[in-house]
Design a protein around this ligand. Structure first.
Ligand code: BG6
Length: 536
């Protein structure tokens, strides 16, 4: 390690030593990383774009402040825009500190680790990737990064295949470099736009990278409360015995957003809600709710079990889709007191667009545990509130001994796993209403996730980057899962996008509402009524 690398690592050590995790009384770094971080270079392809400034650099800087980066690290941005290291640093400085809410004291040490190399993604890409390879080697010597590299593809998905190839041809994908270093590639969704393109993308990635080197991000998996689903289910003995078709009536998974399409019409017009939210986040929430206990909490054992869930999804009867699927598109309306325009009037959206911004699906999992239990998956833009939650609706009591005293049936228990806005778990049950007359009242027992905890918390990008540095793939998609989910969704998408009554299937809903009223019919006769907001 040369002098500069030593100084940097000492500075980091000193700062980290000061930060301790208050609840466990151990250094913050140990809370975050278990102290297993190897030196590495994080290379962001597409560093002049939005994602780098909005998400990646803020996440890396925050990790740095919390002691969640290795002692020796470097961050290399690569992009089409020509920039010097200093220009890149200035741009990132602006992105981080313009809001004025982040303390700047650690910036000088962090900025030393930032570099930039111009990259091409066209027919002339290879020489620029070879230049990058040479530069990374020099950095290894200077900063002690030992040939370990993470390549984060923050580029349009159309460039994924060619970039993976350029990395491979430039010798950056192999693991047998003289230094003995490793190489990992991080890809964000969409992983293709149907089964066929997903298989093709995978084939291209695999030309140079092996599966254990490929990290397919799903930021929902990196959310604390989503990770907590497995702990909740499998670290407690009392829930698993009732987590099945004998006791559960149905499961409703909701990801409602108030945001519209924002500035992403180009992408969204092609994707629509099914590709944007269902092929990834909704399927992950479903699988975590439904999986069998893995034998051990390890990436491949967890992903094996998820794969079994995806494999058990009952294929949709495409001949009568409307019995299982409701699609919608938002019209003008009001969100938080402000008028908002219809989807078709958003900038960049075709005035006759038939892209769905809302979908509600009823799916079944054909296995012993879940046979006959409907899972309702609902997601939409411009809905009444931003809410992400999983509601486990239990069955009614088999026999009510209070039937002659109570006018109405007893409301069944419900367990809600809240992901947003409150990270919480709540259980509703019946209790006696105080007083002489026998009456029941539903009450709720709440656990707030951050209760009694004040240690470091990671946002989704921080967690994903950290796990990638640790080489832990538990929270990342494995290719078989991606393909199984596409196998399930592709026939639905094909049918929706090619059928004659496409226009009729797309139901309008007012922005600020809970979506098309017709979605209620999917739920009946099961009776869950999240449309009225009771679940939300
Ligand atoms: C992204 C989708 O993956 O998830 C967006 O592309 C969506 O359209 C977002 O808004 C929702 O994420 P979150 O974390 O805000 O629920």
């Amino acid at each position: 390690m040369n002098a500069e690398a030593k100084t940097t690592s000492l500075q980091v050590e000193a700062a980290v030593a000061e930060t301790r995790c208050p609840d466990l009384g151990i250094p913050a770094r140990e809370c975050l990383t278990g102290n297993h971080l190897q030196p590495c270079a994080i290379v962001i392809l597409g560093a002049s774009g939005d994602l780098t400034a909005r998400k990646l650099i803020p996440a890396l800087f925050d990790l740095f402040r919390k002691g969640g980066l290795p002692d020796a690290f470097s961050i290399v941005g690569g992009g089409r825009t020509p920039m010097t290291d200093d220009e890149f640093r200035n741009k990132m400085h602006e992105a981080l500190f313009d809001g004025g809410s982040i303390p700047e004291d650690r910036w000088p040490a962090f900025a030393q680790a930032l570099h930039y190399r111009p990259l091409r993604f066209d027919g002339e890409a290879l020489p620029s990737f070879q230049d990058l390879a040479g530069f990374l080697k020099v950095l290894d010597g200077k900063r002690g990064t030992r040939g370990n590299r993470i390549f984060y593809l923050a580029i349009p998905p159309t460039l994924y295949e060619s970039s993976a190839q350029s990395l491979g041809l430039a010798g950056l994908a192999g693991e047998e470099q003289e230094s003995g270093g490793w190489s990992r590639i991080v890809v964000e969704k969409p992983f293709g736009r149907n089964l066929q393109t997903a298989v093709q993308l995978n084939r291209s990635l695999h030309e140079h990278f092996q599966e254990h080197q490929i990290f397919r991000i799903d930021h929902y998996l990196a959310k604390e409360t989503v990770q907590n689903i497995l702990m909740f289910r499998f670290a407690n003995a009392i829930f698993e015995p009732i987590w099945n078709r004998r006791y559960i009536d149905h499961v409703a998974i909701l990801a409602a957003e108030t945001l519209g399409v924002e500035h992403r019409a180009g992408y969204y017009e092609e994707a629509g809600v099914l590709r944007d939210m269902f092929q990834n986040h909704m399927m992950q929430l479903l699988s975590l709710t439904a999986i069998e206990p893995p034998s051990v909490f390890e990436a491949d054992r967890v992903r094996d079990e998820k794969t079994k869930v995806f494999r058990s999804l009952r294929p949709f009867p495409v001949e009568n889709l409307d019995r299982h699927l409701v699609l919608g598109q938002y019209e003008a309306g009001e969100i938080a007191g402000k008028r908002v325009v219809a989807y078709r009037d958003e900038p960049g959206v075709h005035p006759d667009s038939l892209t769905p911004t809302y979908a509600s699906l009823r799916v079944f999992i054909d296995n012993w545990r879940w046979q006959g239990v409907p899972f309702f998956l609902t997601s939409g833009k411009r809905l009444a509130r931003k809410v992400t939650e999983i509601a486990i609706q239990f069955k009614e009591v088999p026999h009510s001994l209070f039937r002659h005293m109570l006018g109405e049936p007893i409301t069944a228990n419900r367990l809600t796993l809240g992901v947003y806005p409150e990270e919480r778990i709540s259980l509703t049950f019946q209790a006696k209403n105080p007083g002489a007359v026998v009456r029941l009242r539903p009450v709720t027992m709440d656990f707030l996730y951050s209760q009694n905890y004040s240690g470091p918390v990671l946002d989704a990008y921080e967690k994903a980057l950290l796990d990638c540095m640790r080489g832990d793939q538990t929270l990342f998609w494995r290719q078989d899962g991606v393909e199984l989910c596409w196998s399930f969704l592709t026939p639905i998408l094909d049918e929706c996008e090619t059928c004659g009554n496409r226009e009729k299937m797309l139901l309008p809903y007012e922005a600020g509402s809970w979506g098309p009223k017709e979605a209620g019919r999917l739920m009946s006769p099961e009776g869950a009524s999240w449309q009225t907001g009771s679940m939300a």
